[in-house]
Design a protein around this ligand. Sequence first.
Ligand code: SAH
Ligand code: SF4
Ligand code: F3S
Length: 550
Amino acid sequence: MPPRTVYLETFGCQMNELDSELVAGRLRQLGYRFTAEAGEADVVLYNTCSVRERAEQKVWSRLGEIKKRKADEPSLVVGVLGCMAERDGEAMIDRMPVVDVLCGPGELDKLPELIDNAVRTRASLASDGSGRRARRSARQVALQGSASRRSGTLAAAGDTLELLDLSRTISPVDEGRSRSAYVRITRGCNKFCTYCVVPNTRGAEMHRPPENILDECKRLADSGVIEITLLGQTVNHYRFEHGASVSVGGVVQPQKGRTYKGAHHRDALSAAGVTTFADLLRRIHDEIPAIRRLRFVTSYPRDFGDDVLEVIRDSPRICRYLHVPAQSGSNRVLKAMNRGYTVEAYFEFLDRARAILDQPELGRPLMISGDVIVGFPTETDADFEATIDMVRRSRAKNQFIFKYSPRPGSLAFDKIPDDVPESVKRQRNNALLAVQGEISDEISREQIGREFDILVEGLSRAEKKRRGVDIKPGSGMVGITVGGAPASAKPETDIAEAAGLAQFSGRTDGDQIVFFDVDTTIQAPDDLIGSIVRVRIDNADKLALQGTLI
Ligand code: SAH
Ligand code: SF4
Ligand code: F3S
Protein backbone atom coordinates (compact mmCIF):
# COMPACT_ATOMS: atom_id res chain seq x y z
CA MET A 1 0.00 0.00 0.00
CA PRO A 2 1.41 3.44 -0.87
CA PRO A 3 1.70 5.74 2.17
CA ARG A 4 -1.64 7.40 2.99
CA THR A 5 -2.04 10.88 4.38
CA VAL A 6 -4.61 11.30 7.14
CA TYR A 7 -6.38 14.38 8.47
CA LEU A 8 -8.03 13.79 11.85
CA GLU A 9 -10.21 16.40 13.52
CA THR A 10 -11.54 15.90 17.03
CA PHE A 11 -14.71 17.28 18.61
CA GLY A 12 -16.07 16.77 22.11
CA CYS A 13 -14.54 15.83 25.41
CA GLN A 14 -11.09 14.75 26.65
CA MET A 15 -12.13 11.14 26.15
CA ASN A 16 -12.29 11.86 22.43
CA GLU A 17 -8.96 13.70 22.47
CA LEU A 18 -7.37 10.62 24.01
CA ASP A 19 -9.10 8.30 21.54
CA SER A 20 -7.76 10.41 18.68
CA GLU A 21 -4.27 10.24 20.09
CA LEU A 22 -4.46 6.44 20.42
CA VAL A 23 -5.91 5.99 16.94
CA ALA A 24 -3.31 8.31 15.40
CA GLY A 25 -0.54 6.36 17.14
CA ARG A 26 -1.83 3.06 15.74
CA LEU A 27 -2.19 4.45 12.23
CA ARG A 28 1.30 5.94 12.32
CA GLN A 29 2.73 2.57 13.31
CA LEU A 30 1.04 1.16 10.24
CA GLY A 31 2.68 3.68 7.94
CA TYR A 32 0.04 6.40 7.66
CA ARG A 33 1.24 10.01 7.69
CA PHE A 34 -0.69 12.86 9.30
CA THR A 35 -1.33 16.35 8.01
CA ALA A 36 -2.90 19.43 9.58
CA GLU A 37 -4.40 20.43 6.20
CA ALA A 38 -7.58 18.56 5.25
CA GLY A 39 -6.91 19.46 1.62
CA GLU A 40 -3.69 17.42 1.55
CA ALA A 41 -5.22 14.26 2.98
CA ASP A 42 -6.54 11.23 1.17
CA VAL A 43 -8.18 9.94 4.35
CA VAL A 44 -10.29 12.50 6.27
CA LEU A 45 -11.50 11.44 9.74
CA TYR A 46 -13.83 13.24 12.15
CA ASN A 47 -13.90 12.03 15.75
CA THR A 48 -17.31 13.27 16.81
CA CYS A 49 -19.44 14.19 19.82
CA SER A 50 -23.19 13.82 20.33
CA VAL A 51 -23.65 15.42 23.72
CA ARG A 52 -25.55 18.45 22.41
CA GLU A 53 -27.11 19.17 19.05
CA ARG A 54 -24.60 21.92 18.30
CA ALA A 55 -21.74 19.44 18.54
CA GLU A 56 -23.40 17.36 15.83
CA GLN A 57 -24.18 20.35 13.63
CA LYS A 58 -20.48 21.14 13.31
CA VAL A 59 -19.85 17.68 11.92
CA TRP A 60 -22.78 17.86 9.50
CA SER A 61 -21.35 21.06 8.11
CA ARG A 62 -17.88 19.48 7.74
CA LEU A 63 -19.47 16.58 5.86
CA GLY A 64 -21.38 19.01 3.64
CA GLU A 65 -18.08 20.68 2.69
CA ILE A 66 -16.25 17.46 2.01
CA LYS A 67 -19.06 16.23 -0.23
CA LYS A 68 -18.12 18.87 -2.79
CA ARG A 69 -14.50 17.81 -2.72
CA LYS A 70 -15.30 14.15 -3.05
CA ALA A 71 -17.23 14.80 -6.24
CA ASP A 72 -13.86 15.64 -7.84
CA GLU A 73 -11.81 13.09 -5.88
CA PRO A 74 -13.73 9.83 -5.72
CA SER A 75 -10.81 7.99 -4.12
CA LEU A 76 -10.98 10.21 -1.02
CA VAL A 77 -11.91 8.20 2.10
CA VAL A 78 -14.15 9.91 4.68
CA GLY A 79 -14.60 8.41 8.14
CA VAL A 80 -16.83 9.38 11.05
CA LEU A 81 -15.64 8.06 14.41
CA GLY A 82 -16.86 8.50 17.95
CA CYS A 83 -20.15 9.12 19.71
CA MET A 84 -22.07 10.56 16.78
CA ALA A 85 -21.22 7.54 14.62
CA GLU A 86 -22.52 5.30 17.38
CA ARG A 87 -25.67 7.35 18.05
CA ASP A 88 -26.70 7.94 14.44
CA GLY A 89 -25.57 4.57 13.12
CA GLU A 90 -26.10 3.82 9.48
CA ALA A 91 -28.79 6.49 9.24
CA MET A 92 -25.82 8.81 8.96
CA ILE A 93 -24.77 7.21 5.69
CA ASP A 94 -28.31 7.53 4.35
CA ARG A 95 -28.23 11.24 5.05
CA MET A 96 -24.59 11.72 3.97
CA PRO A 97 -23.54 9.08 1.45
CA VAL A 98 -20.10 10.72 1.42
CA VAL A 99 -19.25 8.71 4.56
CA ASP A 100 -17.21 5.56 3.83
CA VAL A 101 -16.20 4.52 7.33
CA LEU A 102 -18.33 4.58 10.48
CA CYS A 103 -16.68 3.56 13.73
CA GLY A 104 -18.13 3.88 17.24
CA PRO A 105 -15.97 4.74 20.26
CA GLY A 106 -16.18 1.14 21.47
CA GLU A 107 -14.80 -0.27 18.22
CA LEU A 108 -11.80 1.93 17.56
CA ASP A 109 -9.40 -1.02 17.73
CA LYS A 110 -10.90 -2.09 14.39
CA LEU A 111 -10.35 1.27 12.71
CA PRO A 112 -7.07 0.50 10.86
CA GLU A 113 -8.70 -2.50 9.20
CA LEU A 114 -11.78 -0.47 8.24
CA ILE A 115 -9.68 2.29 6.72
CA ASP A 116 -7.48 -0.18 4.92
CA ASN A 117 -10.52 -1.89 3.38
CA ALA A 118 -12.07 1.45 2.45
CA VAL A 119 -8.85 2.70 0.84
CA ARG A 120 -8.56 -0.48 -1.26
CA THR A 121 -12.19 -0.49 -2.41
CA ARG A 122 -12.18 3.23 -3.09
CA ALA A 123 -9.08 2.88 -5.24
CA SER A 124 -10.61 0.07 -7.28
CA LEU A 125 -13.97 1.85 -7.61
CA ALA A 126 -12.22 4.97 -8.79
CA SER A 127 -10.25 3.07 -11.40
CA ASP A 128 -13.09 1.02 -12.93
CA GLY A 129 -15.74 3.72 -12.57
CA SER A 130 -18.34 1.42 -10.90
CA GLY A 131 -21.66 2.95 -10.01
CA ARG A 132 -23.26 4.19 -6.79
CA ARG A 133 -24.64 0.83 -5.73
CA ALA A 134 -21.20 -0.74 -5.56
CA ARG A 135 -20.01 2.18 -3.48
CA ARG A 136 -22.67 1.65 -0.90
CA SER A 137 -21.68 -1.98 -0.39
CA ALA A 138 -18.09 -0.85 0.07
CA ARG A 139 -18.96 0.93 3.32
CA GLN A 140 -16.97 -0.06 6.39
CA VAL A 141 -18.98 0.00 9.58
CA ALA A 142 -18.12 -0.99 13.16
CA LEU A 143 -20.67 -0.05 15.81
CA GLN A 144 -21.46 -1.62 19.14
CA GLY A 145 -25.20 -1.11 18.85
CA SER A 146 -27.08 -3.02 21.52
CA ALA A 147 -23.99 -5.14 22.18
CA SER A 148 -22.51 -2.22 24.11
CA ARG A 149 -24.60 -3.16 27.12
CA ARG A 150 -24.15 -6.95 27.08
CA SER A 151 -23.84 -8.86 30.33
CA GLY A 152 -20.73 -7.88 32.27
CA THR A 153 -18.62 -11.00 31.91
CA LEU A 154 -19.17 -11.32 28.21
CA ALA A 155 -18.43 -7.67 27.69
CA ALA A 156 -15.29 -7.93 29.79
CA ALA A 157 -14.03 -11.01 27.96
CA GLY A 158 -14.64 -9.41 24.60
CA ASP A 159 -13.16 -6.06 25.45
CA THR A 160 -10.52 -5.93 22.78
CA LEU A 161 -10.59 -2.17 23.16
CA GLU A 162 -8.23 -2.59 26.09
CA LEU A 163 -5.63 -3.54 23.49
CA LEU A 164 -5.93 -0.09 21.94
CA ASP A 165 -4.98 1.59 25.22
CA LEU A 166 -2.26 -0.99 25.79
CA SER A 167 -0.75 -0.43 22.35
CA ARG A 168 -0.40 3.31 23.01
CA THR A 169 2.69 4.64 21.30
CA ILE A 170 4.46 7.16 23.46
CA SER A 171 6.89 9.45 21.73
CA PRO A 172 9.46 11.27 23.86
CA VAL A 173 8.49 14.73 25.03
CA ASP A 174 11.50 16.31 23.32
CA GLU A 175 10.00 15.34 19.97
CA GLY A 176 7.43 18.08 20.34
CA ARG A 177 4.98 16.23 22.55
CA SER A 178 3.21 17.98 25.39
CA ARG A 179 4.28 17.17 28.95
CA SER A 180 0.65 16.60 29.92
CA ALA A 181 -1.21 13.41 29.06
CA TYR A 182 -4.56 11.72 29.56
CA VAL A 183 -4.91 8.18 30.86
CA ARG A 184 -8.24 6.37 30.80
CA ILE A 185 -9.23 4.49 33.93
CA THR A 186 -12.89 3.75 33.19
CA ARG A 187 -14.88 3.51 29.98
CA GLY A 188 -18.59 3.98 29.44
CA CYS A 189 -21.22 4.96 31.98
CA ASN A 190 -24.01 3.23 33.89
CA LYS A 191 -25.70 6.29 35.39
CA PHE A 192 -28.29 7.00 32.72
CA CYS A 193 -28.92 10.64 33.55
CA THR A 194 -32.09 11.22 31.55
CA TYR A 195 -30.67 14.02 29.33
CA CYS A 196 -27.50 12.18 28.37
CA VAL A 197 -26.46 10.07 25.36
CA VAL A 198 -23.16 8.86 26.79
CA PRO A 199 -24.39 5.55 28.28
CA ASN A 200 -25.63 4.67 24.79
CA THR A 201 -22.65 5.88 22.82
CA ARG A 202 -19.88 4.70 25.14
CA GLY A 203 -21.57 1.58 26.44
CA ALA A 204 -21.49 -0.09 29.85
CA GLU A 205 -19.09 1.15 32.50
CA MET A 206 -15.80 -0.79 32.55
CA HIS A 207 -12.87 -0.39 34.90
CA ARG A 208 -9.36 -0.94 33.59
CA PRO A 209 -6.98 -3.20 35.52
CA PRO A 210 -4.80 -1.08 37.82
CA GLU A 211 -1.59 -2.70 36.57
CA ASN A 212 -2.35 -1.56 33.02
CA ILE A 213 -3.07 1.98 34.22
CA LEU A 214 0.12 2.13 36.30
CA ASP A 215 2.18 0.76 33.47
CA GLU A 216 0.82 3.39 31.08
CA CYS A 217 1.51 6.18 33.59
CA LYS A 218 5.07 4.89 34.08
CA ARG A 219 5.74 4.78 30.36
CA LEU A 220 4.41 8.32 30.00
CA ALA A 221 6.59 9.51 32.88
CA ASP A 222 9.63 7.82 31.31
CA SER A 223 8.95 9.71 28.09
CA GLY A 224 9.04 13.05 29.96
CA VAL A 225 5.36 13.59 30.84
CA ILE A 226 4.96 15.37 34.20
CA GLU A 227 1.18 15.91 34.36
CA ILE A 228 -1.39 13.14 34.05
CA THR A 229 -5.15 13.53 33.98
CA LEU A 230 -7.08 10.34 34.67
CA LEU A 231 -10.27 10.09 32.64
CA GLY A 232 -13.67 8.56 33.26
CA GLN A 233 -17.31 9.70 33.06
CA THR A 234 -17.63 9.03 36.79
CA VAL A 235 -13.97 8.66 37.54
CA ASN A 236 -14.32 8.35 41.32
CA HIS A 237 -16.53 5.29 40.86
CA TYR A 238 -13.42 3.31 39.88
CA ARG A 239 -13.10 -0.10 41.52
CA PHE A 240 -11.29 -3.25 40.40
CA GLU A 241 -11.70 -6.70 41.96
CA HIS A 242 -8.59 -8.75 41.44
CA GLY A 243 -10.06 -12.15 42.20
CA ALA A 244 -12.70 -11.59 39.51
CA SER A 245 -10.28 -10.76 36.70
CA VAL A 246 -10.78 -12.28 33.28
CA SER A 247 -7.74 -12.84 31.11
CA VAL A 248 -7.92 -13.03 27.32
CA GLY A 249 -4.75 -13.94 25.47
CA GLY A 250 -2.75 -13.20 28.62
CA VAL A 251 -4.23 -9.71 28.96
CA VAL A 252 -6.18 -8.93 32.14
CA GLN A 253 -9.46 -7.41 30.94
CA PRO A 254 -11.44 -4.46 32.27
CA GLN A 255 -14.28 -5.15 34.65
CA LYS A 256 -17.87 -4.17 34.47
CA GLY A 257 -18.69 -1.34 36.84
CA ARG A 258 -21.12 -1.98 39.64
CA THR A 259 -22.92 0.08 42.15
CA TYR A 260 -21.45 -0.17 45.60
CA LYS A 261 -21.89 1.66 48.85
CA GLY A 262 -19.01 4.12 48.96
CA ALA A 263 -15.70 2.83 50.25
CA HIS A 264 -16.38 2.77 53.95
CA HIS A 265 -14.80 -0.64 54.43
CA ARG A 266 -11.58 0.22 52.71
CA ASP A 267 -9.32 -2.11 54.68
CA ALA A 268 -11.66 -5.05 54.28
CA LEU A 269 -11.89 -4.33 50.55
CA SER A 270 -8.12 -4.13 50.09
CA ALA A 271 -7.67 -7.38 51.95
CA ALA A 272 -10.12 -9.02 49.57
CA GLY A 273 -8.04 -7.87 46.60
CA VAL A 274 -9.97 -4.78 45.55
CA THR A 275 -8.34 -1.66 44.17
CA THR A 276 -10.53 1.33 45.01
CA PHE A 277 -10.18 4.77 43.43
CA ALA A 278 -8.34 5.92 46.58
CA ASP A 279 -5.91 2.97 46.26
CA LEU A 280 -5.32 3.73 42.60
CA LEU A 281 -4.55 7.41 43.26
CA ARG A 282 -2.20 6.53 46.10
CA ARG A 283 -0.35 3.95 44.00
CA ILE A 284 0.16 6.26 41.02
CA HIS A 285 1.28 9.05 43.34
CA ASP A 286 3.65 6.91 45.41
CA GLU A 287 5.06 4.69 42.67
CA ILE A 288 5.67 7.35 40.02
CA PRO A 289 7.26 10.41 41.64
CA ALA A 290 8.21 11.80 38.22
CA ILE A 291 4.52 12.69 37.77
CA ARG A 292 4.52 16.15 39.32
CA ARG A 293 0.78 16.64 38.90
CA LEU A 294 -1.97 14.07 39.04
CA ARG A 295 -5.57 15.12 38.37
CA PHE A 296 -8.78 13.40 37.34
CA VAL A 297 -12.12 14.22 35.66
CA THR A 298 -15.12 13.91 35.91
CA SER A 299 -16.16 13.18 39.47
CA TYR A 300 -19.66 12.18 40.47
CA PRO A 301 -20.95 13.97 43.58
CA ARG A 302 -22.33 10.84 45.20
CA ASP A 303 -19.30 8.56 45.09
CA PHE A 304 -16.76 10.52 47.13
CA GLY A 305 -15.68 8.70 50.26
CA ASP A 306 -13.40 10.40 52.81
CA ASP A 307 -10.76 7.84 51.83
CA VAL A 308 -10.28 9.57 48.45
CA LEU A 309 -10.22 13.05 49.98
CA GLU A 310 -7.64 11.91 52.55
CA VAL A 311 -5.39 10.41 49.90
CA ILE A 312 -5.51 13.73 48.02
CA ARG A 313 -4.70 15.64 51.22
CA ASP A 314 -1.76 13.37 52.03
CA SER A 315 -0.29 13.27 48.51
CA PRO A 316 1.49 16.52 47.64
CA ARG A 317 1.49 15.85 43.90
CA ILE A 318 -2.26 15.23 43.60
CA CYS A 319 -3.98 18.45 42.52
CA ARG A 320 -6.46 20.26 44.74
CA TYR A 321 -8.93 20.46 41.93
CA LEU A 322 -12.25 18.64 41.65
CA HIS A 323 -14.59 18.85 38.69
CA VAL A 324 -17.87 17.74 40.26
CA PRO A 325 -20.95 18.77 38.26
CA ALA A 326 -24.16 19.37 40.22
CA GLN A 327 -26.28 20.01 37.04
CA SER A 328 -29.14 21.68 38.97
CA GLY A 329 -29.99 23.13 42.38
CA SER A 330 -33.58 21.90 42.39
CA ASN A 331 -34.25 18.51 43.96
CA ARG A 332 -37.26 18.03 41.74
CA VAL A 333 -35.17 18.60 38.61
CA LEU A 334 -32.28 16.47 39.94
CA LYS A 335 -34.77 13.67 40.38
CA ALA A 336 -36.14 14.10 36.86
CA MET A 337 -32.54 14.04 35.63
CA ASN A 338 -31.99 10.77 37.52
CA ARG A 339 -28.86 12.17 39.14
CA GLY A 340 -29.30 10.11 42.30
CA TYR A 341 -28.47 12.83 44.86
CA THR A 342 -30.11 15.86 46.43
CA VAL A 343 -28.72 19.36 46.52
CA GLU A 344 -28.26 18.91 50.29
CA ALA A 345 -26.06 15.87 49.63
CA TYR A 346 -24.06 17.94 47.15
CA PHE A 347 -23.45 20.65 49.76
CA GLU A 348 -22.56 18.02 52.35
CA PHE A 349 -19.94 16.73 49.92
CA LEU A 350 -18.56 20.23 49.23
CA ASP A 351 -18.33 21.01 52.97
CA ARG A 352 -16.52 17.74 53.61
CA ALA A 353 -14.14 18.26 50.68
CA ARG A 354 -13.33 21.80 51.82
CA ALA A 355 -12.83 20.75 55.46
CA ILE A 356 -10.28 18.15 54.36
CA LEU A 357 -8.63 19.82 51.34
CA ASP A 358 -8.92 23.60 51.44
CA GLN A 359 -5.57 24.88 52.76
CA PRO A 360 -5.05 28.37 51.31
CA GLU A 361 -2.53 29.16 54.05
CA LEU A 362 -0.26 26.51 52.54
CA GLY A 363 -0.81 27.93 49.04
CA ARG A 364 -3.20 25.05 48.35
CA PRO A 365 -6.79 26.29 48.20
CA LEU A 366 -9.26 23.70 46.96
CA MET A 367 -10.69 24.65 43.59
CA ILE A 368 -14.06 23.26 42.52
CA SER A 369 -15.60 23.43 39.09
CA GLY A 370 -18.92 22.13 37.83
CA ASP A 371 -21.44 21.80 35.05
CA VAL A 372 -25.02 23.10 35.06
CA ILE A 373 -27.85 22.47 32.63
CA VAL A 374 -30.46 25.22 32.34
CA GLY A 375 -33.89 24.71 30.80
CA PHE A 376 -34.25 21.03 31.54
CA PRO A 377 -37.88 20.11 30.65
CA THR A 378 -40.39 21.36 33.27
CA GLU A 379 -37.78 23.63 34.92
CA THR A 380 -39.74 26.50 36.51
CA ASP A 381 -38.55 29.93 37.63
CA ALA A 382 -38.48 28.55 41.18
CA ASP A 383 -36.29 25.59 40.09
CA PHE A 384 -33.99 28.01 38.35
CA GLU A 385 -33.80 30.22 41.48
CA ALA A 386 -32.71 27.10 43.36
CA THR A 387 -29.97 26.58 40.78
CA ILE A 388 -28.78 30.17 41.24
CA ASP A 389 -28.65 29.54 45.00
CA MET A 390 -26.72 26.31 44.42
CA VAL A 391 -24.21 28.10 42.20
CA ARG A 392 -23.80 30.90 44.78
CA ARG A 393 -23.30 28.47 47.64
CA SER A 394 -20.96 26.18 45.71
CA ARG A 395 -18.43 28.95 45.06
CA ALA A 396 -16.85 27.05 42.21
CA LYS A 397 -13.95 28.68 40.42
CA ASN A 398 -15.94 28.15 37.24
CA GLN A 399 -19.13 26.49 36.03
CA PHE A 400 -19.70 25.19 32.53
CA ILE A 401 -23.29 26.20 31.79
CA PHE A 402 -25.27 24.43 29.08
CA LYS A 403 -28.73 24.96 27.65
CA TYR A 404 -30.66 21.70 27.65
CA SER A 405 -30.47 20.06 24.26
CA PRO A 406 -32.89 17.17 23.65
CA ARG A 407 -30.93 14.14 22.46
CA PRO A 408 -32.54 11.30 20.55
CA GLY A 409 -31.64 8.11 22.38
CA SER A 410 -31.58 9.73 25.83
CA LEU A 411 -34.33 8.78 28.29
CA ALA A 412 -35.79 12.30 28.54
CA PHE A 413 -36.09 12.66 24.77
CA ASP A 414 -39.03 10.29 24.45
CA LYS A 415 -40.59 10.89 27.85
CA ILE A 416 -40.40 14.60 28.64
CA PRO A 417 -41.16 17.23 25.97
CA ASP A 418 -38.56 20.00 25.62
CA ASP A 419 -41.00 22.59 26.98
CA VAL A 420 -38.75 25.44 28.12
CA PRO A 421 -38.63 27.99 25.26
CA GLU A 422 -35.24 28.80 23.75
CA SER A 423 -35.57 32.45 24.84
CA VAL A 424 -36.03 31.36 28.48
CA LYS A 425 -33.07 28.99 28.24
CA ARG A 426 -30.98 31.85 26.90
CA GLN A 427 -32.08 34.23 29.67
CA ARG A 428 -31.33 31.66 32.37
CA ASN A 429 -27.99 30.86 30.77
CA ASN A 430 -27.00 34.54 30.76
CA ALA A 431 -28.27 35.15 34.29
CA LEU A 432 -26.25 32.23 35.59
CA LEU A 433 -23.15 33.29 33.69
CA ALA A 434 -23.40 36.69 35.38
CA VAL A 435 -23.72 35.16 38.85
CA GLN A 436 -20.82 32.79 38.25
CA GLY A 437 -18.76 35.63 36.76
CA GLU A 438 -18.96 37.50 40.08
CA ILE A 439 -17.95 34.41 42.02
CA SER A 440 -15.05 33.61 39.69
CA ASP A 441 -13.90 37.21 40.04
CA GLU A 442 -14.03 37.02 43.85
CA ILE A 443 -12.18 33.72 43.97
CA SER A 444 -9.49 35.04 41.63
CA ARG A 445 -9.02 38.16 43.78
CA GLU A 446 -8.63 36.05 46.92
CA GLN A 447 -5.45 34.66 45.36
CA ILE A 448 -3.72 38.06 45.20
CA GLY A 449 -0.62 38.03 47.40
CA ARG A 450 -0.41 34.23 47.46
CA GLU A 451 2.37 32.20 45.85
CA PHE A 452 1.78 29.20 43.63
CA ASP A 453 3.62 26.53 41.69
CA ILE A 454 2.74 27.07 38.04
CA LEU A 455 3.10 24.50 35.29
CA VAL A 456 4.21 26.61 32.33
CA GLU A 457 2.20 25.93 29.17
CA GLY A 458 3.70 28.41 26.70
CA LEU A 459 3.35 31.93 25.37
CA SER A 460 0.00 33.43 26.33
CA ARG A 461 -2.60 33.83 23.61
CA ALA A 462 -2.23 37.59 23.72
CA GLU A 463 1.53 37.29 23.30
CA LYS A 464 1.10 34.95 20.35
CA LYS A 465 -1.27 37.42 18.76
CA ARG A 466 1.21 40.23 19.29
CA ARG A 467 3.87 38.12 17.61
CA GLY A 468 1.61 36.94 14.84
CA VAL A 469 2.02 33.28 15.84
CA ASP A 470 -0.65 31.06 14.33
CA ILE A 471 -3.25 30.20 16.98
CA LYS A 472 -4.96 26.85 16.55
CA PRO A 473 -8.22 26.04 18.31
CA GLY A 474 -7.50 25.23 21.97
CA SER A 475 -8.49 22.12 23.83
CA GLY A 476 -11.81 21.43 25.51
CA MET A 477 -15.03 21.46 23.58
CA VAL A 478 -13.56 22.77 20.31
CA GLY A 479 -12.18 21.06 17.27
CA ILE A 480 -8.60 19.89 17.51
CA THR A 481 -6.58 18.79 14.56
CA VAL A 482 -4.03 16.06 14.75
CA GLY A 483 -1.29 17.32 12.49
CA GLY A 484 2.30 16.22 12.00
CA ALA A 485 2.91 16.10 15.73
CA PRO A 486 1.13 13.76 18.16
CA ALA A 487 -2.39 14.66 19.26
CA SER A 488 -1.59 16.88 22.20
CA ALA A 489 1.07 18.86 20.42
CA LYS A 490 3.30 21.31 22.21
CA PRO A 491 1.94 24.87 22.19
CA GLU A 492 3.21 26.39 18.99
CA THR A 493 5.41 29.09 20.43
CA ASP A 494 7.54 30.64 17.81
CA ILE A 495 10.50 30.40 20.12
CA ALA A 496 12.97 32.21 17.90
CA GLU A 497 10.62 35.19 17.85
CA ALA A 498 10.20 35.22 21.59
CA ALA A 499 13.40 37.05 22.56
CA GLY A 500 12.94 39.90 25.04
CA LEU A 501 10.07 40.33 27.51
CA ALA A 502 7.29 37.88 26.76
CA GLN A 503 4.04 36.96 28.48
CA PHE A 504 3.67 33.27 29.33
CA SER A 505 0.73 31.34 30.69
CA GLY A 506 0.46 28.35 32.95
CA ARG A 507 -1.79 26.77 35.54
CA THR A 508 -1.92 26.37 39.29
CA ASP A 509 -2.60 22.89 40.63
CA GLY A 510 -6.14 24.18 41.25
CA ASP A 511 -6.39 24.70 37.48
CA GLN A 512 -6.40 28.49 37.60
CA ILE A 513 -4.80 30.19 34.60
CA VAL A 514 -1.85 32.47 35.43
CA PHE A 515 -0.09 35.00 33.20
CA PHE A 516 3.42 36.21 33.97
CA ASP A 517 6.22 37.96 32.13
CA VAL A 518 9.56 36.34 31.41
CA ASP A 519 12.73 38.01 30.21
CA THR A 520 13.66 35.53 27.52
CA THR A 521 17.15 36.93 27.13
CA ILE A 522 17.81 35.54 30.63
CA GLN A 523 15.57 32.44 30.64
CA ALA A 524 15.28 30.27 27.54
CA PRO A 525 11.60 29.70 26.73
CA ASP A 526 12.38 26.13 25.72
CA ASP A 527 13.51 25.30 29.25
CA LEU A 528 10.50 27.04 30.78
CA ILE A 529 7.71 25.30 28.88
CA GLY A 530 6.65 22.18 30.72
CA SER A 531 8.53 23.19 33.87
CA ILE A 532 7.09 24.25 37.21
CA VAL A 533 7.91 27.77 38.38
CA ARG A 534 6.98 29.77 41.47
CA VAL A 535 4.83 32.86 40.88
CA ARG A 536 3.41 35.49 43.23
CA ILE A 537 -0.04 36.76 42.25
CA ASP A 538 -0.31 40.56 41.89
CA ASN A 539 -3.58 40.98 40.05
CA ALA A 540 -6.63 39.01 39.02
CA ASP A 541 -9.94 39.00 37.22
CA LYS A 542 -12.64 36.40 36.70
CA LEU A 543 -10.77 34.69 33.88
CA ALA A 544 -7.18 34.60 35.05
CA LEU A 545 -4.50 35.57 37.57
CA GLN A 546 -1.46 37.73 36.81
CA GLY A 547 1.77 37.29 38.67
CA THR A 548 5.52 37.72 38.92
CA LEU A 549 8.17 35.01 38.78
CA ILE A 550 9.98 34.62 42.10
N1 SAH B 1 -19.98 12.31 33.02
C1 SAH B 1 -19.97 13.68 33.28
C2 SAH B 1 -20.44 14.56 32.17
C3 SAH B 1 -20.36 14.18 30.75
S1 SAH B 1 -21.16 15.21 29.58
C4 SAH B 1 -20.85 13.93 34.50
O1 SAH B 1 -21.74 13.19 34.80
O2 SAH B 1 -20.65 14.94 35.10
C5 SAH B 1 -20.58 16.83 30.01
C6 SAH B 1 -21.66 17.78 30.41
O3 SAH B 1 -22.51 18.06 29.32
C7 SAH B 1 -22.61 17.26 31.49
O4 SAH B 1 -22.07 17.42 32.76
C8 SAH B 1 -23.83 18.11 31.28
O5 SAH B 1 -23.78 19.28 32.04
C9 SAH B 1 -23.77 18.46 29.80
N2 SAH B 1 -24.80 17.76 29.04
C10 SAH B 1 -24.92 16.43 28.85
N3 SAH B 1 -26.02 16.16 28.11
C11 SAH B 1 -26.61 17.35 27.83
C12 SAH B 1 -27.78 17.73 27.11
N4 SAH B 1 -28.58 16.83 26.55
N5 SAH B 1 -28.07 19.05 27.02
C13 SAH B 1 -27.27 19.97 27.60
N6 SAH B 1 -26.17 19.67 28.29
C14 SAH B 1 -25.83 18.37 28.41
FE1 SF4 C 1 -23.99 11.25 31.19
FE2 SF4 C 1 -24.79 11.11 33.70
FE3 SF4 C 1 -23.08 9.32 32.75
FE4 SF4 C 1 -22.28 11.81 33.14
S1 SF4 C 1 -22.95 10.39 34.73
S2 SF4 C 1 -21.89 10.56 31.34
S3 SF4 C 1 -24.09 12.99 32.63
S4 SF4 C 1 -25.19 9.59 32.12
FE1 F3S D 1 -19.29 13.92 23.47
FE2 F3S D 1 -19.06 11.33 23.58
FE3 F3S D 1 -17.51 12.86 25.03
S1 F3S D 1 -20.94 12.46 23.41
S2 F3S D 1 -18.80 14.59 25.47
S3 F3S D 1 -17.52 12.77 22.84
S4 F3S D 1 -18.32 10.90 25.62
